[in-house]
Design a protein around this ligand. Structure first.
Ligand code: HEM
Length: 460
């Protein structure tokens, strides 16, 4: 048996008889045929997850058609801990099978596993830590203010579309530098890639056999153009003398050296840049949209936050961000592919199992959270979130590299919006809240977080 602590030394061998109380094999799943499970998962993922948890408990197996692929979803924090802390050679990430993997490229930190993953991760982490974060604050506030200048007042708007534009601007400026001369070309090239990468295209890619082959068609052409612009930017920067003084993420990555003193190759730099641009904006944009969607439907909590903003505090804002990421996580699941058998909770899962810490269900585990469906930031005022029962950013050595960046961005975007404008709920069918809809691999507000803005009393 491989447990989280012994697995590194416990090489694969014939399956052994499990200990008393431990069941061999996969947990039970719904009785519906695989084709129905697949359809329901595609169209109503939260209904599937909630229903299965109620009927089957904290571990269950979903089966997908036509591939027959099985996912074992878990939401017991102890079991989640076992998976997140298992050595990477026992439970590597399954993200290499993600439909966006071929766009990010074979050297992307999201796609790589084992020592190669750790090398890229170590090279990428410094720009996302500690004091470095401070340098992005102004970029975030200014991008939000610039976009807000065009927002309509007194009539509904879909906030998610605007937050997406803001976070794209922020990640581009953070990655390439505020004053990047070729920002226009870079923006146009990434915009050209995002257009064909719509939810339908991603679902179609997901239905194909997992592959890292470069995409063809509209996505392939847009990627060729983006690569051209990125490689031009790399060679332009190499020729410049101020590279060592520049503070943007790309310049830091170009100067980074691994343990053997080696820099990243241009191919590696390209893959990490595309990864950061794609992973680093839509998720944060949707989370900010969800925060406002929840706050406008809880006027007292909105008021408390506004009062704190006026007095210059941060405590309630941090709790609002934590609670939004808990109750409306944008990424519902993360996958790990077992290379050896591993005891997870009361199941001895065989090698080859795709075990999936379910972010959505773990964050709503009723054994951990009182009235888990309620939006209640107060629950995080006394104690901060726990590592294995609050997992919007995944966990272990694959935990989101941009987690601190994303939370900083959420706080600053919310502060900038709410100190100038007053949001309210538009009339119509979503008065009591927008339901959670799937958009490709994320969970988004059904109507794009519709909100009506007015100027706050006292604001010019
Ligand atoms: C609210 C916003 C965000 C959410 C909810 C989010 C969520 C996630 C999740 C669930 C994972 C997978 C973790 C795992 O497998 O355990 C992940 C990985 C990752 N995220 Fe984020 N993310 C966000 C923002 C960002 C930002 C702003 C960046 C970069 C600027 C970023 C870069 C990455 C990268 C590079 C990885 C791969 C890490 C690895 O495999 O080692 N993310 N993110």
């Amino acid at each position: 048996m491989a447990s989280a602590t012994t697995a590194a030394t416990d090489r694969p061998g014939p399956a052994r008889t499990p200990a008393a109380g431990v069941q061999a094999g996969l947990p039970p799943g719904p009785r519906a045929p695989a084709v129905l499970q697949t359809l329901a998962w595609a169209l109503a993922p939260t209904w599937v997850m909630d229903g299965c948890r109620q009927r089957l408990g904290e571990a269950f197996t979903l089966t997908f058609s036509p591939s027959g692929m099985k996912l074992v979803l878990i939401s017991d924090p102890e079991a989640v801990k076992t998976v997140f802390t298992a050595p990477p050679e026992v439970a590597p990430s399954g993200a290499g099978n993600s439909p966006v993997a071929p766009v990010m490229g074979p050297s992307s930190v999201i796609v790589l596993t084992g020592p190669e993953h750790m090398r890229q991760r170590k090279l990428l982490l410094p720009p996302f830590h500690g004091e470095r974060m401070r340098e992005y604050e102004e970029v975030i506030v200014q991008a939000t203010q610039r976009d807000m200048a065009d927002w309509p007042l007194g009539r509904p708007m879909r906030l998610q579309e605007r937050t997406r534009a803001i976070t794209l601007e922020v990640i581009l400026r953070a990655v390439f530098g505020v004053e990047a001369e070729r920002m226009g070309a870079l923006k146009e090239a990434i915009g050209g890639l995002l257009k064909p990468m719509n939810p339908l295209a991603i679902v179609l890619i997901a239905l194909r056999r997992p592959t890292l082959d470069r995409p063809t068609g509209a996505i392939g052409r847009a990627l060729d153009h983006l690569d051209e612009v990125i490689y031009e930017e790399l060679s332009r920067r190499r020729a410049q003398e101020d590279l060592a003084e520049r503070r943007d993420i790309l310049s830091l990555l170009m100067q980074a050296r691994d343990e053997d003193g080696e820099p990243m190759t241009d191919g590696e730099l390209r893959d990490e840049l595309v990864t950061l641009l794609l992973a680093g904006h839509e998720t944060t944009a949707t989370s900010v949209a969800w925060a406002v969607e929840r706050l406008v439907r809880h006027p007292q909590k909105l008021r408390r936050l506004q009062e704190e903003i006026e007095s210059g505090g941060e405590e309630y804002m941090t709790a609002v961000v934590n609670e939004t990421l808990r109750v409306r996580p944008v990424v519902p699941i993360v996958a790990r592919m077992l290379k050896e058998e591993l005891q997870v909770g009361s199941y001895m899962l065989p090698a080859g199992t795709r075990v999936v810490p379910c972010i959505y269900l773990t964050n709503r585990n009723p054994r951990v959270y009182e009235e888990p469906e309620e939006f209640r930031p107060e629950r995080f005022l006394e104690d901060g979130p726990d590592t294995f029962s609050w997992i919007p950013f995944g966990g272990g050595i694959r935990r989101c590299i941009g987690a601190s960046f994303a939370q900083l961005e959420m706080r600053l975007m919310l502060r900038t919006m709410l100190s100038e404008l007053e949001p309210s709920v538009p009339d119509g069918r979503y008065r009591n809240g927008e339901w959670v809809r799937r958009r490709a691999i994320t969970l988004v507000p059904a109507a794009g977080a519709r909100v009506v803005w007015s100027r706050r009393a006292g604001e010019a």
